[in-house]
Design a binder for this molecule. Structure first.
Ligand SMILES: Nc1nc2c(ncn2[C@@H]2O[C@H](COP(=O)(O)OP(=O)(O)OP(=O)(O)O)[C@@H](O)[C@H]2O)c(=O)[nH]1
Ligand SMILES: [Mg+2]
Ligand SMILES: [Zn+2]
Length: 368
């Protein structure tokens, strides 16, 4: 069990989860491993910090209509069968204790798991033209719904402070609402070992953290500094708008010297809610509380008298742009939740139809 601890295995012995025990009993020959890389063609697993191997996915997962969130993602614990050195395959995905998910692009409702079984999500944002509080709020909404702790990491503090210290102070002050909600905000120079040590509190042995943020924010730079070697490729951002070049192309879990695991991810262009988010728990508790003080229960915060939300905006207690973002995200979550509900209804309908069909066949042919 010990080598597994170094790749984030959080338990002393087998976990106290009936579903885990059931799956392990079903596959007594199988071995525990963690997904450390996910490629189009398959997975790379590890069962110690120094041994990795490829494994084929379950045939079921390869069906095009199989729900993406039920396939393994980086950070997942899986059961693997087969002889080391020969072909190995995944036989089961073990239940997750947390995950960060997003709605996948495309016409049909789909979820995508960015990383699984994580304790901390570092939401990385550069203190250059990448800085965008509205995007940070969007990330926090998705992270907080997934059961892990978000930490906002503002990179390039070295450059930004040298260029305009007041702007940096303003940027950080603009995130005060997050600190008030116990979301930690740290400004760092991702290239500097001492500077990134403020993140060690979330990187103790046995813990897993994932880095998310736009391309060029400094996720791989942070990974290399925390690891103490240049494992991940990094590249300069475009001078004109601080945009990165999508240097990292797949997600990878990297064991750190501290015994923690860090997952580096490619920069994401789009971050859509899945519909399972809760705005109150997702960083907008203050706005939801304000709305509770409006005179009318169904206040739309537009022209109604006695509107506590508008009063707060006018008194300068609530940032207008943050409120605008809240409305936008609320609509997106509601839209995604509708799609999700329709899909679940279709699924249960399909199950009912399937059962009825089976019964008809049984009656007709005496199948059992
Ligand atoms: N001065 C300074 N430069 C930084 C800092 N963080 C990142 N950079 C630079 O920003 C550029 C982009 O960093 P990367 O680490 O490649 O960014 P990334 O988030 O991994 O980007 P993708 O892999 O494309 O998603 C590199 O040139 C880094 O050297 C920092 O804190 N200070
Ligand atoms: Mg990168
Ligand atoms: Zn109102």
């Amino acid at each position: 069990m010990t080598p597994l601890r170094a790749i984030g295995w959080p338990y002393e012995g087998p976990p106290d989860d009936p579903k885990w025990r059931e799956l392990m009993a079903m596959h007594p020959q199988a071995q525990l491993a963690r997904v450390i890389e996910q490629h189009r063609s398959g997975y790379v697993m590890a069962d110690t910090p120094d041994t990795s191997f490829k494994a084929e996915s379950l045939p079921d997962w390869q069906r095009p209509r199989f729900p993406a969130q039920d396939r393994a993602a980086v950070g997942d614990w899986v059961l693997v069968e087969g002889v080391p050195g020969e072909e190995r395959r995944i036989v089961a995905l073990l239940p997750r204790h947390s995950a960060i998910k997003r709605g996948a692009a495309g016409e049909h409702y789909k979820q995508q798991v960015i990383a699984a079984n994580i304790d901390t999500v570092f939401v990385v944002c550069g203190l250059d033209a990448d800085f965008n509080p509205r995007r940070i709020e969007r990330y926090l909404l998705l992270v907080r719904s997934g059961g892990s702790e978000p930490v906002v990491v503002l990179t390039k503090a070295d450059k930004a402070v040298a260029e305009n210290p007041d702007a940096v102070a303003d940027a950080i002050a603009g995130l005060a609402e997050l600190e008030a909600q116990d979301i930690a905000v740290r400004a760092v120079n991702a290239k500097d070992h001492d500077s990134v040590s403020v993140l060690h509190a979330w990187l103790q042995a046995g813990r897993t953290a994932v880095l998310v943020g736009s391309s060029g924010a400094g996720k791989s730079t942070l990974t290399n500094t925390l690891l103490g070697s240049d494992r991940m490729k990094t590249a300069d951002v475009r001078e004109s708008d601080s945009r990165g070049r999508h240097t990292t192309t797949h997600r990878a879990l990297i064991p750190l010297p501290s015994g923690a695991c860090l997952i580096d991810t490619p920069g994401m262009r789009e971050l859509k809610p899945t519909g399972e988010e809760d705005l109150g728990e997702g960083g907008f508790a203050d706005i939801e509380a304000l709305a509770g003080n409006c005179k009318f229960n169904d206040c739309a915060h537009e022209r109604e008298p006695g509107c506590a939300v508008r009063a707060a905006i006018e008194a300068g207690k609530l940032d207008r742009d943050r409120y605008g973002n809240y409305l936008k995200l609320r609509d997106e979550v509601a839209g995604a939740a509708d799609k999700l509900a329709t899909r679940l209804a279709q699924k249960s309908e399909a199950r009912v139809i399937g059962k009825a069909l089976n019964k008809r066949l049984d009656d007709k042919y005496g199948r059992h």
